[in-house]
Design a protein around this ligand. Structure first.
Ligand SMILES: *[C@@H]1O[C@H](CO)[C@@H](O)[C@H](O)[C@H]1NC(C)=O
Ligand SMILES: *[C@@H]1O[C@H](CO)[C@@H](O)[C@H](O)[C@H]1NC(C)=O
Ligand SMILES: *[C@@H]1O[C@H](CO)[C@@H](O)[C@H](O)[C@H]1NC(C)=O
Ligand SMILES: *[C@@H]1O[C@H](CO)[C@@H](O)[C@H](O)[C@H]1NC(C)=O
Ligand SMILES: *[C@@H]1O[C@H](CO)[C@@H](O)[C@H](O)[C@H]1NC(C)=O
Ligand SMILES: *[C@@H]1O[C@H](CO)[C@@H](O)[C@H](O)[C@H]1NC(C)=O
Ligand SMILES: *[C@@H]1O[C@H](CO)[C@@H](O)[C@H](O)[C@H]1NC(C)=O
Ligand SMILES: *[C@@H]1O[C@H](CO)[C@@H](O)[C@H](O)[C@H]1NC(C)=O
Length: 846
């Protein structure tokens, strides 16, 4: 317990390596612990004469074990750890078949020799109340003395594992073991500071499985600023819990999933403590610090009687972002980003060279200095944050969040603020109460996909300008702190993207440190932020990568200009889509595409790596696709024929990609120009949907949009869109149907839609279907080697999707389950026959 004190507070940031702690290792350490525990030999196994109290005149000897009264949960006696040759007095679980020691009295003062060789060792209470452990030769190795003489001293092991020295059984407690925890935190035990009793309770690991003396790993309550729990390993902080946000530690995301536990955090003038309880006494669970190899871990283990083992319930540190400040001051760690570190909005990497090597520890510096006196500073919200280190922050529980904001603005050294108690409003939904203000760099900030609280970071007006528009998030949903409300909020956030588009203009102007991909990453908050920033490549970098836009590197002509292949300095292959100045794709479409794709992450969507804006020149930088586009394989490359397996693989990929766009991503996105030329293929022939220049985001209520500007490609356009300019997800479904039939047949669809005309692929497919000869639609070049069930299924789905009436076309979610899982196909028969009916009508009309 002492070593953490001497380590001092000059916290050294943990090297990233320490954080890359694989779960495997945590498991191994648990196994190690279990092995150790089960190997523990105890001397007095006899529970026959079990008592729970030591009184003057009846000491505990080495051949005896005390068992707590009540449920008999804990036992206390002398033991020798495996591989050791010394004897300790300890407390272990009485009902756990693996001997698991949870407390050791004389961890630093063992009795020499194993317990078998120490029959004379005793724990005794003197008449005055001194509790002492003595070796057989009479030497006292450990003792505690009550402040005042006890009239009727008794040392008792309680049913919660606490050894208490009291004046009479059940009387006033003079001393208790829970004030001196070793490496294990039991329910009801409090970790932290008790100002009244002047106790500072910490956990400290054993030095090794055979040595209970204090090891390098400690769990310590830090009361500076807003209190937090730290795990130390040697001289380093390796994990920070973050402050208690009124409900849980802001850095322990999975707390909510702990059913059966209650966690309490008390922070007042008497104490700053953390404790937990289990609701059902039959649940045996503890928190412990363990040292394994170079790693220090805090882990919660729960006993599984049926398996006879301890189950690892939770542990920390867990991932790269759990290290203490891997991204330095003003950096943000997000395990969903690669690299994990990025800068907060309004900040740029302090040492780009180190960032390029993915060492973010130097952190980030402000792009625009704050202008406090001018009163123009404002705040950018970071959602789902494990708030920065609060060691030097200031807390005022009397303020509301609005008052907090005002207080922060008033104080020129305030850099950020957050609610100190979210339980009043609920994480990220209501405002909460209380005020935490930071006056230093924001260190050790990380974000989670769907946990954590809102943090407001102070920015200069210049960095804020565009962000402020999105600040007014619709936080009107006072449905309580429910998760569903949070989900709703995320959905609504989709609507806000429009207002954020302007941000890009700024991004475009600030490309001074642009260069390689890794330096280019800025904090975006991935899926849960307010704004968007993409790496900006400067023209020079792209020119170098493409050999000065050499004709040899030209891949083809995109919708708006030539596409080039390139190779970055680090060997990464890229495709550069240039947008010719005269092209129809204006700045709006460009921004649209950049913002959209940057937000979308799916293996069947092409990945945007960055963009370049230089005067009139605009370019998009994508991952390079070895196998060009699908139309090339289907319609142009005569000497290579895609076999059915590959075609089916491509169909499945397109289906998943489109389903993601329509339904599974955070936004509802209509692509509007789905066609073979916009399906790119990587070297595994995995399809990736590209070209989002015309994509539109749908609001929640909108189901269709009417546009005067009809864009798209004839042959793929649905009739209602081509004729009336109405588009909806069902227009994409139409294009998808056409694409399906094209892939099956290897023929291009031409013309808008004319079911009666056999020259059109759709008409042809329909005739064949009517004549029950659908299989003839299959590309002859496959030479008949295909799975005809799959082919027919795809034709059927294709036809379903190209029905005239949008309402009759399935949604992608229905396609997903109907088309590729045989058992489901029949369900949509009804829809199909409705189509037949409709088409009949059309045919008769024509
Ligand atoms: C409590 O102990 C820990 C480690 O021993 C130390 O770092 C911390 O400063 C102590 N806290 C107080 C309030 O004394
Ligand atoms: C334990 O040992 C002590 C002395 O060594 C002896 O007096 C006592 O009877 C023993 N008790 C049991 C339960 O074996
Ligand atoms: C008595 O036991 C203690 C603890 O094991 C040991 O340190 C000490 O040397 C022993 N004294 C004698 C005289 O044997
Ligand atoms: C254990 O310690 C005792 C007393 O210190 C000593 O006599 C004995 O030889 C030791 N045994 C081993 C195996 O080291
Ligand atoms: C506690 O858990 C045990 C075992 O799971 C169960 O049988 C018992 O009903 C539970 N008790 C309460 C009060 O929930
Ligand atoms: C206040 O801000 C404005 C706009 O940023 C700037 O022009 C002006 O010089 C600033 N005034 C002071 C006193 O800094
Ligand atoms: C601003 O906050 C810092 C840190 O809490 C404090 O020391 C300072 O006195 C405050 N300044 C003003 C003007 O309130
Ligand atoms: C936090 O807010 C909740 C709900 O308003 C309240 O019950 C609780 O006491 C508050 N905690 C603190 C420490 O103020």
């Amino acid at each position: 317990m002492t070593d953490a004190t001497t380590r001092g507070t000059d916290a050294v940031e943990a090297p990233p390596a320490a954080a890359r702690l694989p779960k495997r290792r945590a498991m191994a350490s648990l196994r190690l612990l279990c092995a150790l525990l089960c190997l523990l030999r105890h001397l007095a196994a006899s529970h026959a004469a079990s008592r729970d109290t030591v009184t003057p005149g009846s000491p505990l000897t080495a051949n005896e074990t005390l068992v707590s009264g009540g449920d008999g949960n804990f036992a206390m006696g002398f033991f020798t750890p495996p591989g050791a040759n010394s004897t300790y007095l300890g407390v272990w679980y009485n009902k756990v078949s693996l001997r698991t020691v949870v407390w050791v009295a004389n961890r630093e003062a063992p009795i020499a020799g194993a317990v078998e060789d120490n029959p004379g060792a005793t724990l005794s209470v003197s008449a005055g109340g001194t509790l002492a452990i003595a070796a057989g030769n009479g030497t006292v190795v450990w003792s505690v003395q009550p402040a005042a003489r006890l009239a009727n001293p008794a040392a008792q092991i309680l049913d919660n594992g606490n050894l208490v020295l009291a004046d009479g059984v059940g009387g006033a407690v003079a001393w208790e073991g829970f004030d001196y925890p070793t490496d294990t935190m039991l329910p009801e035990m409090k970790i932290g500071i008790d100002y009244v009793k002047r106790k500072n309770r910490t956990l400290t690991s054993w030095k090794s499985p055979s040595d209970p003396s204090p090891g390098p790993v400690a769990m310590v309550m830090d009361t500076n600023g807003d209190p937090q729990v730290f795990i130390w390993n040697g001289g380093e902080k390796v994990w920070r819990s973050g402050p208690w946000d009124g409900v849980q530690f802001t850095g322990v995301p999975d707390t909510a999933t702990y059913s059966g536990f209650t966690f309490s955090f008390i922070n007042n003038a008497q104490e700053v403590t953390y404790s937990f309880q289990v609701h059902n006494a039959s649940i045996i669970s503890h928190l412990g610090v363990v040292s394994t190899g170079n790693y220090g871990l805090l882990q919660r283990s729960t006993w599984v009687e049926s398996a006879g083992t301890w189950n690892l319930y939770w542990y920390a540190p867990k991932d790269q972002c759990d290290a203490v400040s891997p991204c330095g001051p003003n950096g943000v760690c997000d395990t969903n980003n690669l690299p994990v570190c990025s800068c907060l909005r309004g900040f740029t990497p302090k040492t780009p060279a180190a960032w390029a090597l993915r060492d973010g520890r130097d952190g980030c510096v402000r792009s625009t200095p704050l202008d406090c006196r001018n009163g123009t500073d404002g705040f950018a919200k970071v959602r789902h944050a494990k708030v920065p280190d609060t060691e030097r922050s200031v807390v005022d529980m009397s303020l509301t969040l609005d008052q907090c904001r005002a207080a922060c603005l008033r104080n020129c050294s305030c850099t950020a603020y957050a609610s100190a108690n979210v339980s009043a409003g609920g994480r990220g939904i209501g405002d909460g109460t209380g005020c935490v203000m930071w006056t230093t760099g924001l260190t050790d900030l990380r974000v989670y996909p769907d946990f954590g609280q809102d943090l407001y970071v102070r920015l200069a007006a210049a960095d804020l300008e565009l962000a402020s528009k999105s600040r007014r998030a619709p936080i009107i949903i006072a449905v309580g702190a429910s998760v569903s409300a949070l989900v709703l909020l995320l959905a609504v956030a989709g609507l806000l993207i429009w207002s954020r588009r302007k941000r890009l203009r700024r991004t475009a102007g600030s490309s001074k440190w642009s260069g390689s991909r890794s330096t280019g990453r800025r904090y975006e908050g991935s899926s849960h932020d307010d704004d968007l920033e993409l790496p900006i490549f400067d023209l020079g970098t792209i020119a170098a990568a493409t050999d000065g836009f050499s004709i040899n590197n030209k891949l083809g002509e995109g919708g708006f200009g030539p596409v080039y292949k390139g190779k970055l300095e680090d060997g990464m292959e890229i495709a550069v889509k240039t947008l010719s100045k005269t092209s129809a794709q204006g700045l709006d479409e460009f921004k649209n595409e950049v913002l959209l794709i940057a937000k979308l992450q799916h293996r069947n969507l092409v990945r945007l790596l960055g963009c370049s804006i230089s005067g009139q020149e605009r370019m998009l930088v994508y991952e390079y696709m070895e196998n060009k586009s699908l139309d090339y394989f289907l319609f142009e490359k005569a000497n290579v024929v895609l076999d059915w397996q590959v075609r089916y693989h491509i169909i499945e990929g397109i289906t998943r990609g489109l389903l993601y766009l329509h339904q599974d991503s955070r936004y509802r996105i209509i692509h509007r120009d789905l066609k073979a030329a916009n399906v790119l293929l990587d070297k595994e022939m995995t399809p990736k949907i590209s070209d989002f220049g015309m994509a539109r985001i749908f609001g929640n209520e909108e189901t269709e949009i009417n546009t005067r500007k009809v864009v798209g490609t004839y042959g793929y356009m649905s009739p209602e869109y081509a004729m009336d300019g109405i588009f909806s997800v069902k227009s994409d479904v139409f294009s998808y149907g056409v694409l399906l039939l094209e892939i099956v047949s290897g023929r291009r669809n031409r013309g808008v839609y004319s079911y009666s005309n056999n020259q059109s692929l759709l008409g042809h497919a329909w005739s064949l279907w009517n004549e029950e000869k659908s299989i003839e639609l299959a590309d002859e070049r496959m030479g008949g080697s295909f799975n005809s069930d799959e082919v027919l299924k795809c034709i059927r789905v294709g036809l379903l999707c190209v029905q005239e009436n949008p309402d009759d076309r399935p949604l992608m979610s229905q396609v997903q389950c109907s088309s590729f899982q045989d058992s489901e196909v029949q369900e949509y028969e009804g829809v199909y026959f409705k189509w037949v009916h409709v088409v009949d009508e059309i045919i008769t009309k024509v």
